[in-house]
Design a protein around this ligand. Structure first.
Ligand code: EPU
Length: 451
């Protein structure tokens, strides 16, 4: 296992270009199962989760070819279904990547039966899929459990359109919306998804499906209407930029009193985080907006210039479904606010248990009191370096940011969590002025013994 050794206190400055979005790309890759024609995706990021999804697609009869795309640091993936007899997403893969669940709707719709290992909980709390299953059942699927696998079967004559309500105790479900919307593209008749997720990644998936021939209206709203078609064809599409990677690098600049120009900034997807940064006293300037260069009413991009001169002000943040503040930036925002001049309040309304980073930030001198889904962060003038443990992807990012701003050395262990969702973060941050070394954890132990 790898760890990062960070020497803190160096400003993050320069230019960074945001990569393609992991969370948009995963369900888009799963959607390639819906057609026998080739689907080409560009700006596919180099990440562990994407490699696992490509492996899963391989096991499901999809031939994958890839070529490098040096201009934007991603790759072009061409996916073609060559065998439709396979329908089992095994535990070995789904346990490494919960998003494996998003092959469920596409396999069921195209192959009539899907068997997928039931995803377990994870470090950010329980992660049920009851809403996915309820939605597929509304389309006529029969659902059962066998040996830890969910087995879904289409009725004779295939899935049929229906009204599906996807509201749960914490709002809609992002991957549940992806599953039902994808399955409904091939169902007979009309499907109406009420309380659909409005996240930009779902809009991006919907636009891919439309370019494959699907009939979908209402993307980006809580009511999505899908009229089923007989078949979908091939398409070519660029994956939208990763709003969470963009926000994380902006916070890195803000925390270290740096100055960062961030290209490929998805403007509409980041309105909430920009508002938070500005309220905290961070300067965020956006250049003229440009459309993404693919057809079909695409996300608007800009170049962001992020800088912090003066003190950080405390802010109040509540994570919410889009367009609210994203839960996937909560840990990073908390790291930032540990250095604000006063008390900030953070309430987590999507994953109320997503606070494993709190105990680690306390080890670095932060002052945080957690009460249920709310944390009160009392700013301190300085964080101090310490050995800390990454527990999940975004918590790891929060700890790396804290390490960049802290006085002295921080060692973040288990950075494999980070590698799932941030492309070569150590190398990019080092290029922007940070001091980060990737080392093997056992080398750290040996070094400690040698001392
Ligand atoms: N929920 C249910 N029942 C369900 C599904 C979800 O009760 O059937 C609850 C969840 O427990 C949670 C809330 O609804 O409290 C929202 O969960 P959602 O289903 O929207 O999450 P997801 O689709 O599994 C995606 C992202 C997450 C991101 C969430 C929320 C991907 C691959 N994952 O997960 O991203 O936090 O939406 O925005 O798109 C990450 O990238 O670090 C990450 C965890």
């Amino acid at each position: 296992m790898d760890a990062f050794v960070i020497e803190g206190g160096k400003p993050i400055a320069g230019r960074f270009e945001v990569h393609g979005s992991k969370n948009a790309c995963l369900p888009m890759l799963a959607a390639t199962l819906l057609t026998d024609d080739p689907v080409e995706l560009s700006d596919v990021p180099h990440l562990e989760d994407i490699s696992n999804m490509l492996r899963l697609l391989g096991e499901l009869g999809v031939e994958i070819t890839q070529k490098a795309q040096p201009s934007r640091g991603g790759r072009v993936v061409l996916a073609s279904v060559v065998d439709t007899s396979l329908s089992h997403a095994r535990y070995d893969i789904v346990r490494t990547m919960r998003a494996g669940v998003c092959v469920l709707g596409p396999i069921l719709a195209r192959r009539g039966e899907a068997r997928i290992s039931m995803p377990g909980g994870c470090a950010i709390g329980p992660r049920p899929i009851d809403l996915h299953l309820r939605g597929l059942a509304a389309l006529g699927a029969s659902i059962s459990l066998a040996n830890g696998d969910v087995v879904a079967k289409s009725p004779a004559g295939g899935l049929r359109g229906a009204t599906v309500f996807l509201g749960g105790p914490f709002g809609s479900t992002v991957l549940g919306t992806a599953n039902i919307m994808s399955a409904a593209t091939l169902a007979r008749g009309r499907t109406v998804i009420e309380s659909a997720a409005c996240e930009p990644e779902i809009v991006d998936l919907g636009r891919l499906l439309i370019s494959m021939g699907a009939r979908i209206a209402g993307l980006g709203t809580p009511r999505i209407v899908i009229d089923g078609v007989e078949r979908l064809g091939g398409a070519s599409r660029r994956v939208m930029p990763d709003r969470i990677e963009a926000g994380t690098y902006a916070i890195a600049a803000a925390m270290t009193k740096g100055e960062l120009t961030i290209a490929n900034w998805p403007v509409d997807a980041l309105v909430g985080p920009v508002e938070m940064l500005r309220s905290a006293g961070v300067e965020v300037e956006l250049s003229e907006h440009q459309p993404l260069d693919t057809p079909g009413g695409d996300p608007v991009l800009a170049t962001a210039y992020v800088r912090r001169g003066g003190a950080l002000r405390p802010v109040e943040i509540t994570t919410q479904p889009f367009p609210g503040f994203p839960t996937d930036l909560q840990a990073q925002a908390m790291a930032l606010l540990t250095l604000a001049d006063g008390n900030s309040i953070i309430t987590e309304k999507i994953f109320p248990e997503r606070f494993l980073h709190v105990a680690e930030l306390l080890r670095m001198g932060a002052q945080i009191i957690r009460h249920g889904p709310t944390a009160v962060v009392s700013g301190v003038p300085k964080l101090v370096g310490a050995p800390v443990m990454a527990s999940d992807l975004r918590a790891s990012a929060g700890l790396v940011l804290a390490g960049l701003a802290a006085r002295g050395q921080t060692v973040v262990r288990r950075v494999y969590h980070l590698d799932r969702g941030y492309q070569r973060m150590d190398e990019y941050l080092t290029g922007l002025g940070a001091s980060i070394q990737r080392v093997k954890e056992n080398a750290l132990e040996e070094a400690t013994v040698a001392v």
